[in-house]
Ligand binder design. Sequence first.
Ligand code: 5GP
Length: 184
Amino acid sequence: MTARLTVLAGPTAVGKGTVAAFIRAHHPQVWLSVSATTRPARPQEVEGVHYHFVSDERFTEMVEQGDLLEWAVVHGRAKYGTPRRPVEEAVAAGRLPLLEIDLQGARQVRETMPTARFVFLAPPSFDDLVSRLTGRGTETAEEQATRLATAQGEMAAQSEFDHIIVNDDVERAAAELVSLMQSA
Ligand code: 5GP
């Protein structure tokens, strides 16, 4: 039996990566896609587990060969994309396939795989998102204003999604997502 692909997206700083990491560690029945990225690995990250770390040339080759289901430049810094074949295999094998990607990527998947399930991870409130975005206090007022404008635009995208999960608690939000994936 084939499975239905689930796409998790949401605004910058809402904690998608943390929810995905929790699912990777605690919900082994979920198959989490491993993206390709041109950004360098962070100290704790493992090739093939967290990402496939590739050069810009290799990424371009993957795009040209049609190997990516979707891809985007995120935060104007690095390219990120979902390798197509492993997703198709997980779907065919009836696994519970999950993509944790940005909004631009989610929109592309909606075009190519409209039957996928689209889940928006939302902050408990806009103020909560603002404090996550500005919390580090290292940005200038101008940078903070840009990030807030971006966050506002991203929050407006939630109407494009099938489900909204509030990230009030990582463990609870992860459990809600997994139970949604296990429903039809
Ligand atoms: P980070 O560099 O912190 O791991 O991830 C930065 C952002 O890239 C996150 O918002 C994450 O959702 C997004 N991202 C990770 N993998 C992919 C991907 O394969 N495609 C797209 N479009 N975005 C991705």
